[in-house]
Design a protein around this ligand. Sequence first.
Ligand code: NAI
Ligand code: MG
Length: 333
Amino acid sequence: MHDIVLIPGDGIGPEITKAVTTIFQEAKAPINWIECSAGLSAHEELGNPLPEETLEAIKKYRIALKGPLTTPVGASFRSINVALRKKFKLHSNIRPAKTLPHIESRFDNIDLVMFRENTEGLYIGKEKWIQEDEHAESIAVVTREASEKIVRAAFEYAKNNGRKKVTLVHKANILKYTCGLFMEVGEQIAAEYPEIEYEDLIVDNMAMQMVMYPNKYDVIVTTNLFGDILSDLASGLVGGLGLTGAANIGDDAAIFEAVHGSAPDIAGQNKANPIAFLLSSLMLLEYIGEQEVADTIRQAIYETLADKSVCTPDIGGSGSTTTFTEAVCERLA
Ligand code: NAI
Ligand code: MG
């Protein structure tokens, strides 16, 4: 049995969490969930969006599955997702976008893996408001250390998974020092992996290239903000945010979550697609060495996708979160 911290989160979080725990139980996945709270719900119930017990639990058990957390726009608390990534030094945000069987999307055979730097860039929260002349400032920080970690993680992944190419995405023409450093690190590390093709692209061009020719890309590595945006774009290429999982990996802890957010527009309506969160939880199983049960659940999900009457509306189905969950469980039984 593995002790894993479970944070259901906000919005659709509790619904997709229920799908994962139900399916894991049916598959006899050897997991003992340690349930903790965080996000807007924790803020409202406990007066703290990131309770000390949650931090202690992640520190102790080191691995967590986390539902989406709502971050209010404007002057309320800052993102708990960003705080967790910083606190536990989760330097690599790994976001695969892969064409799934029986899912219609604009392209076939997409198999991209995005490596997003996860702790710095424009997301460090060093923003200020200057009242006298009404202006706002935001500072971006890029360090050699964090850049090396994410770029090396991308190349190691490529090497260990038979991938052919790494594409580094930047804006070094305008952001000469921050993106310039990121790109310099990319070139240095690429030289250590001569068997893997390396290229760099400016982010605006990359946005167009991904929409026009997504099959040209394989492993992508980029800074925090660009990775945030391009990973939603990559999700769109394979059928939407309901279908892409993610892993936040650090040296001492790992937190698995979906790419998507708390989807307040559909929360509580039994419409949320649980597949993205399920795929995140399969990444978790693989990370802790439970490959076999991960494969079994993945197979059951893939087979279930053939029956649109049980799938959620975002992927053209006429079912719900619970009908999909039940159908996967039936295949596992
Ligand atoms: P979102 O990702 O929650 O939703 C974008 C659109 O995709 C919505 O129309 C939603 O209904 C749909 N969608 C997302 N997940 C889906 C699923 N599993 N099944 C079916 N449809 C799905 O992005 P939005 O609306 O910009 O953000 C909502 C909240 O989530 C914000 O407070 C934001 O800060 C937070 N957020 C949290 C993240 C996290 O916890 N890692 C990541 C992204 C956003
Ligand atoms: Mg995002």
